[in-house]
Each structure stands twice: as structure tokens, then as C-alpha cells.
Design a binder for this molecule. Structure first.
Ligand code: RB5
Length: 147
């Protein structure tokens, strides 16, 4: 199950992404927002992050105007690795290297055609399990646990 959330800046792109997930037959849960009325992105960043940490969803997609505020929020939650991607190279690398569990997109930065290619790359790429990347993930986890 994929968790998806956005603020008003990401609402239109979220509609396109959900239509694409429907076409691919992938299940998702929409954590809002549900219109273009101005809202506060931390609400939706936290809701999607919580759904991943609880095990309800395996991966998440977060969208705001830039992708920054909503990904910064999600990264406050222990265990979340939210990656803001503006190209397919980063989407692939953040899965193989960082085992990112949330893809963040900026709807005012990345057009819908590219956003969907980035999304497909993110969803279709597995973590490499390379020992050096596993070691770095463990180091990130240790830093989190010190907080
Ligand atoms: C909302 O206007 C905008 O600040 C938000 O979508 C996002 O870009 C914040 O990082």
C-alpha cells in the first residue's frame, strides 16, 4: 500500500499521480488534502510518515509547491527517509543508496510528465543492499537514536 499526501500546492499533481497509480493497478491511501484551499503542509507530511512507521503503508508520496516543506516535515519522524527528487537519476539513486521510503515532489518545480517518470523510477527500484549503503543507513539510524 502506498501512502499519498499533499498540500494545496500539490493537490493538482496528486490527482494526476493517483490516476496513474490507478492505471498501474497500485493500491494507495490518500491522506489529503482534498482541495486547493490553503492548508498547512506539516499535517500531511506527518500523516503519510506515520502511516509508514505504523506499517500501514510501505512507501509514501508527498507533494507540496516545492516539495521542501513537506519532506522536511516527514524527515522529522524517526525511521523516515523522504527524498525530494527533481529527476529520475536521483529517484533511482535514493532507492538504491538511501532506501528512501518517501518520494517528495514539488508541483511548482516539476511538471506532471516528468513527475510521473520520477515516480515510476522510485516505485520500480529496489534498495541495493550493498554493504556500504547498509552501513550508512545504520549510521543514520544511530544518529536518529541519539536525539
Ligand atoms: C505553500 O504556499 C508552499 O509554501 C508549500 O506548498 C511548499 O512549497 C512549502 O515548502
Amino acid at each position: 500500500m502506498i501512502a499519498i499526501g499533499c498540500d494545496h500546492g500539490g493537490y493538482a499533481l496528486k490527482q494526476e499521480i493517483m490516476a496513474h497509480l490507478d492505471k498501474r493497478g497500485l493500491e494507495y491511501k490518500d491522506f489529503g488534502c482534498y482541495s486547493e484551499e490553503s492548508v498547512d503542509y506539516p499535517i500531511y507530511g506527518k500523516a503519510v510518515a506515520d502511516a509508514i512507521i505504523s506499517g500501514e503503508c510501505e512507501r509514501g508520496i508527498l507533494i507540496c509547491g516545492t516539495g521542501i516543506g513537506i519532506s522536511v516535515t516527514a524527515n522529522k519522524i524517526k525511521g523516515i527517509r523522504a527524498a525530494l527528487c527533481t529527476d529520475c537519476f536521483c529517484a533511482e539513486a535514493t532507492r538504491t543508496h538511501n532506501d528512501a521510503n518517501i518520494l517528495a515532489l514539488g508541483a511548482r518545480v516539476t511538471g506532471p510528465g516528468l513527475a510521473i517518470k520520477i515516480l515510476d523510477t522510485f516505485l520500480d527500484t529496489e534498495f541495493s543492499n550493498d554493504p556500504r549503503h547498509v552501513r550508512r543507513l545504520e549510521m543514520m539510524h544511530a544518529i536518529e537514536m541519539e536525539q
